[in-house]
Write a protein that binds this ligand. Structure first.
Ligand code: CU
Length: 573
């Protein structure tokens, strides 16, 4: 596998604005639709009648224009372009309450942005818990000079699925006391899973599951990957799960990891990959197994006690028979083997030629992640503030200096944590709610230390994959226990840390990242677990306030709440 010669050129990471740059334009109608994602009828949020939504396929330098038509009857909607940095177009980032108002039912909103860098990305709803209802799809940006060599490629968009509607889930999570939504009923690969039956049932000795009886064209029928022998395929894998951390294995094949979150990484070979919500990977797979056989691709839950069966699909060599493989699928590594997960994370380094991080930072945040109570509602808090996203989007209120649209007091950059025991439930579980921002000058270097802690009850600390908008960051390191300022910085990897937009925070540990505030705008930074974000687990970064005032921002991105009133007072349309 290591013989794959893929290193064509020493990479220079550049933004392409070539003369051949094209416009990729579509109109998307978003509506609820009955669907059978896991062979059981449910309701999905479909785009142009499709679930998952259509794949965007563009080339670096292209302009993407998507006219989103909200065909829902009573709900707003937005779409976030996950992994696209939106340089110069912060209004097109699609985060409701942060960069725009939700698009009202019946209205159309046009997203227009340049995809400046090649990579595997996806898009998804970013209002309430709409991502959980299936509002997602792949977003592929190709390089005009691809340095990986491969013969074909497949997209694998991974998600988790509940039978309870997102409205019921939102109510459950927002109830007093909170009602936990539980583990997903199914895992989906490209929107397809099988509930209460298995494609590999005859291996299940307990006989708990029946063999699935779907027909080839059923909405829940798995997509078989048809390959030719002795070729190299690129699997573009993205996880848009609401909750589940996943592991993916391809039976009988090794995987060479070559890309993470739209950035090339120094290639390394593994038998399986861990993937957290919000992450993407490309792996190269050589079809060098016995071609007369078929092989399972299995996706299972990690990090939480799995109550959801594996998602399965099949790699089918051209001359293999049509039946299911006659051997059991790969077993997902045990869910609580955190050391195994950490060892995967620690194999990821930037590919040759990537810029190193600046040696020093100008500012440091230490963000303590805690589970708390607010008037007996269960919340997640960062430095004891549970984020409550305002109705009036930050981008508009900051542009126009509207002082009453959000909390002007910033949350603490670091708590005085000397006496806080992260290994125990919070001594005072009560937290505060807020909508304050972290305000950064343009062009400075910021370090963020994410600090995990014990939850409200028991001896438990949960996994949180943190995702940043508008940026990639360098992952400088992971550590156990409580971060020691002035000491742990010495362990940072400043030589070849990977650039990513999502990073995992392990139980009872810390994760350090560094980024440059080179993108004026308002950027969400949050846990990508949908219920956690719903319960307040995020912060908001503002960069270059003075420049936001001078930007061209379409009125429709600003037009709701206080900003709309303000615009009307100016006598504008
Ligand atoms: Cu979380």
């Amino acid at each position: 596998m290591a013989v794959i010669v893929w290193w064509l050129l020493t990479v220079v990471v550049v933004a392409f604005h070539s003369a051949s740059a094209a416009v990729v334009e579509s109109t998307w109608e978003v509506e609820y639709k009955y669907w059978w994602p896991d062979c059981k009828e449910g309701i999905v949020m479909a785009i142009n009648g499709q679930f998952p939504g259509p794949t965007i396929d563009a080339v670096a330098g292209d302009t993407v224009i998507i006219h989103v038509v909200n065909k829902l009857s009573t709900e707003g909607v937005v779409i976030h372009w996950h992994g696209i940095r939106q340089k110069g177009t912060p209004w097109a980032d699609g985060a409701a309450g942060v960069t725009q108002c939700p698009i009202n039912p019946g209205e159309t909103f046009t997203y227009k942005f340049i995809v400046d860098k090649a990579g595997t990305h996806f898009y998804h709803g970013h209002y309430g818990m709409q991502r959980s209802s299936g509002l997602y799809g792949m977003l592929i940006v190709r390089s005009p000079k691809e340095r990986l060599i491969y013969d074909g490629e497949f997209n694998l968009l991974l998600s988790d699925w509940w039978h309870q509607s997102i409205h019921a889930q939102e109510l459950a999570l927002s109830s007093r006391p909170m009602r936990w939504i539980g583990e997903p009923q199914s895992l989906l690969i490209n929107g397809r899973g099988q509930f209460n039956c298995s494609q590999a049932a005859y291996f299940n000795k307990e006989g708990e599951k029946d063999l699935c009886t779907f027909k080839e064209n059923d909405q829940c029928a798995p997509q078989t990957l048809r390959v030719e022998p002795n070729r190299v395929y690129r699997l573009r894998i993205a996880s848009t799960t609401a909750l589940a951390s996943l592991n993916l294995a391809v039976e009988g094949h090794q995987l060479v990891v070559v890309e993470a979150d739209g950035n090339y990484v120094a290639p390394f070979t593994v038998n399986d990959i861990d993937i957290y919500s919000g992450e993407t990977y490309s792996v190269l797979l050589k079809t060098n197994a016995i071609p007369s056989k078929k092989y399972w691709i299995s996706v299972g839950v990690r990090g939480r006690e799995p109550k959801t069966p594996q998602a399965l699909t099949v790699i089918n060599y051209v001359d293999a028979t049509e039946s299911r493989p006659s051997h059991p699928p790969p077993v997902t590594p045990i869910w609580n083997d955190t050391d195994r997960s950490k060892s995967f994370s620690k194999k990821i380094f930037a590919a040759k030629g990537y810029p190193k991080p600046p040696e020093k930072s100008h500012d440091q945040l230490i963000l303590l992640n805690t589970q708390n109570l607010y008037e007996d509602y269960t919340k997640w808090s960062i430095n004891n503030v549970s984020l409550s996203v305002p109705v009036t989007p930050y981008l508009g209120s900051i542009r126009y200096g509207l002082k009453s649209a959000y909390d002007l007091k910033s949350p603490a950059k670091k708590l005085i944590m000397d006496n806080y025991d992260i290994m125990k439930p919070p001594p005072n579980p009560n937290t505060t709610k807020g909508s304050g921002i972290y305000n950064f000058a343009f062009g400075i270097v910021v370090d963020v230390i994410l600090q995990n802690a014990n939850v409200l009850k028991g001896v438990i600390s949960e996994i949180h994959p943190w995702h940043i908008h508008g940026h990639d960051f360098w992952v400088l390191g992971y550590g156990e226990g409580k971060f020691k300022p002035g000491i742990d910085e010495k362990t940072f990897n400043l030589k070849n840390p990977p650039l990513r937009n999502t990073v995992v925070l392990y139980p009872f540990g810390w994760t350090a990242i560094r980024f440059v505030t080179d993108n004026p705008g308002v950027w969400f930074f949050h846990c990508h677990i949908e219920p956690h974000l719903h319960m307040g687990m995020g912060v908001v970064f503002v960069e270059g306030v003075d420049r936001i005032g001078k930007m061209e921002i379409p009125d429709e991105a600003l037009g709701c709440g206080l900003t709309r009133k303000w615009l009307m007072n100016r006598g504008r349309p």
